[in-house]
Design a protein around this ligand. Sequence first.
Ligand SMILES: Nc1ncnc2c1ncn2[C@@H]1O[C@@H]2COP(=O)(O)O[C@H]3[C@@H](O)[C@H](n4cnc5c(N)ncnc54)O[C@@H]3COP(=O)(O)O[C@H]2[C@H]1O
Ligand SMILES: Nc1ncnc2c1ncn2[C@@H]1O[C@@H]2COP(=O)(O)O[C@H]3[C@@H](O)[C@H](n4cnc5c(N)ncnc54)O[C@@H]3COP(=O)(O)O[C@H]2[C@H]1O
Lengths: 141, 141
Amino acid sequence: LKNTNIMNQEIAELIIGHEKVAHVQAANPLDHALLILIKSGYTAVPVLDTHYRVQGQISKAQVLDTILGTERIEMDKLHEHTVESVMSEKVPKMNVDDNFGKALTLSINHPFVCIEDDEGAFVGLITRRAILVMVHREFQS
Amino acid sequence: LKNTNIMNQEIAELIIGHEKVAHVQAANPLDHALLILIKSGYTAVPVLDTHYRVQGQISKAQVLDTILGTERIEMDKLHEHTVESVMSEKVPKMNVDDNFGKALTLSINHPFVCIEDDEGAFVGLITRRAILVMVHREFQS
Ligand SMILES: Nc1ncnc2c1ncn2[C@@H]1O[C@@H]2COP(=O)(O)O[C@H]3[C@@H](O)[C@H](n4cnc5c(N)ncnc54)O[C@@H]3COP(=O)(O)O[C@H]2[C@H]1O
Ligand SMILES: Nc1ncnc2c1ncn2[C@@H]1O[C@@H]2COP(=O)(O)O[C@H]3[C@@H](O)[C@H](n4cnc5c(N)ncnc54)O[C@@H]3COP(=O)(O)O[C@H]2[C@H]1O
């Protein structure tokens, strides 16, 4: 690894590439989003627009909160709402050239961080797990 | 902090005490567990028995998976199942006297780690967030 101080290290090797990231589109209906969330097993996934830019993130809790009011969950009501209408826009983002220190700081309050290139296109994500693996390696040596 | 090497440091100051931890009992019905999970906002919480020992953990996904087969989610079906019948027994545990290195290693694959005393009673939990805050402080100095 190129740099003695871990905070300045590059993040490229920590990134899960966009082709391996479960995600949904902002304009998708909620029943589609719930299906992706259940099938992937992830608590929350990134929301992209049609130009592959990160718009936010959505979790199972957000999808279910919109319809849990009634006695039973009406699956057909899910189809009437869009991801955009319930997603959270507060998703951490950083640039592919930012350093490990920035990824570590953002991961304190977020289970994953979205990575963008210079044009703002989605490159992939860095998880707390990847940060912790790197930290563990650093402390071991 | 008592020790120069972070891996040997004590974990006491990182623990969220049991009185602040949302949890459920193994014998509780699932509708009660879903209520605790939704109200607390947490993805997963520890499952304890009547002697305050950790039996496992349960997530919203596990509760919903048991009833999502049908066209609509029948809330009354939730009452017929217990937490014990769907919870995951694979929950990381460590002793209150174990060091930071052990907490870091366990947090790589688990969002939280349950802390027990010498008699096996639940003391509280350590989250990935608390580990990352400590790591960030160490790298800053
Ligand atoms: N299929 C699986 N196999 C093995 N371990 C699994 C797993 N699913 C979850 N885990 C473990 O559980 C942790 C929490 O997952 P969660 O889905 O709540 O939270 C995840 C999820 O919301 C998101 N995420 C991770 N990988 C993703 C991917 N390929 N696509 C979309 N979102 C992803 O990032 C969060 C943090 O991920 P991280 O790996 O740090 O932490 C993961 C990982 O340690
Ligand atoms: N009310 C809130 N206020 C501020 N930030 C919040 C929050 N709820 C969640 N977060 C943030 O989201 C992260 C993931 O929460 P999650 O509920 O998936 O996953 C949580 C949850 O399953 C469990 N957990 C945390 N605190 C708990 C508590 N007091 N009782 C029971 N379980 C808890 O440990 C996991 C990891 O927690 P961690 O703090 O590392 O990581 C948290 C924290 O950074």
